[in-house]
Design a protein around this ligand. Structure first.
Ligand code: NAP
Length: 303
């Protein structure tokens, strides 16, 4: 079995920051990522609230974080974790492909996974008109019409990006208030390529000749149906923590990992950081902070 001082599960901002801090403390570090290095950052168009950097493309910050961890000597691999098996002073991290890695300390930084649109045929049309990544697929909708569902930071940020390509962006929210930051809401209101429809929920897809040509939405008060003309649909309706492989004793009722101030959990040797933890503010900067604290806490115990 391959042995390390610390195994970090997840290579988003939290996991990569933990790797940077752990390597600088002289620890042997393995980072395991199931999708892309950089995590959700890689799917984010721009970051404008990482202090000291006024504006940076998500992909570029993801690349810089990854390179930073690698340059310091962290080992990064791709794989999906099946379970963590704890013994007295060691943790075995077992991947779905059967590989096993061992360390006295594990940091779980697996982030969250976006919620899927729940209307008939949504799964079938994912990648064929429904997309969860504006940065990846926005280009296909140049000079066309798109609908964005949701009123959180993700929906509004990606709507602004889509408005730079599409002819028209229609945002549909289920209440009459946004959940996103006020600054973003102001920019949405001032963008004449963006319309907002309040108090409506997605109901069904309008499909013609095998293509999405519209989204049927339902008034949350009257129940009346209306069709929005669109070629693409981008749901940004929140996310759930990627913690299903963990012991339920670590989690709160919504699946988020409960952490202490030093990012430790209620299982000795298991730490957690970033969006997968129970916390108030989910941002790149707070994810990086969590990762730094988790790694420093572990380094302090290894002295
Ligand atoms: P979010 O903040 O949970 O917002 C989800 C949005 O989708 C809300 O408007 C919600 O409506 C709506 N919604 C939920 N379920 C729905 C459904 N079934 N049908 C229609 N609408 C539905 O999610 P998020 O935007 O993905 O953000 C996740 C976390 O990451 C947040 O903490 C956010 O602040 C953070 N984040 C930060 C940044 C940034 O700071 N730059 C960028 C992206 C994300 P209600 O409001 O009515 O519940």
């Amino acid at each position: 079995m391959n042995k390390y001082d610390v195994i970090i599960i997840g290579a988003g901002p939290a996991g990569l920051s933990a790797a940077v801090y752990a390597r600088r403390a002289g620890l042997d570090v393995l980072v395991i990522e199931s999708e892309v290095y950089g995590g959700k950052l890689s799917k984010t168009y721009e970051i404008e609230n990482y202090p000291g950097i006024r504006k940076i493309q998500g992909l570029e910050l993801a690349q810089q974080l990854t390179d930073h961890a690698k340059d310091l000597g962290a080992e990064l691999i791709t794989g999906e974790v099946k379970e963590i098996v704890c013994s007295d002073d060691s943790k075995a991290v077992i991947l779905k492909n059967g590989n096993e890695y061992e360390a006295p300390y594990v940091i779980v930084a697996t982030g969250t996974k976006e919620r899927m649109l729940d209307v008939p045929h949504a799964e079938e049309y994912t990648g064929r008109g429904i997309s969860y990544c504006a940065v990846c697929d926005g280009f296909f909708y140049r000079n066309r019409k798109v609908a964005v569902i949701g009123g959180g930071n993700s929906a509004l940020e990606e709507s602004l990006y889509l408005a730079s390509l599409a002819e028209k962006v229609t945002i549909i929210i289920r209440r009459d208030v946004f959940r996103a930051e006020a600054g973003l809401v102001g920019r949405i209101r001032n963008n004449d390529r963006i319309d907002v429809i309040v108090k409506h929920l997605p109901d069904s897809l309008r499909i013609e000749d095998g293509k999405i040509t519209g989204l049927v939405i339902k008034d949350t008060e009257s129940g009346e149906l209306e069709t929005i003309e669109c070629d693409g649909i981008f749901p940004y309706i929140g996310a759930d923590p990627c913690t299903e492989f963990l012991d339920s004793s670590l989690l709160d009722e919504n699946g988020y990992i409960i952490v202490n101030e030093d990012m430790s959990t209620n299982i000795d040797g298991i730490y957690a950081a970033g969006d997968c933890t129970r916390k108030r503010l989910r941002q790149v900067v707070t994810a990086c902070s969590d990762g730094a604290i988790a790694a420093s806490s572990i380094a302090g115990r290894m002295k």
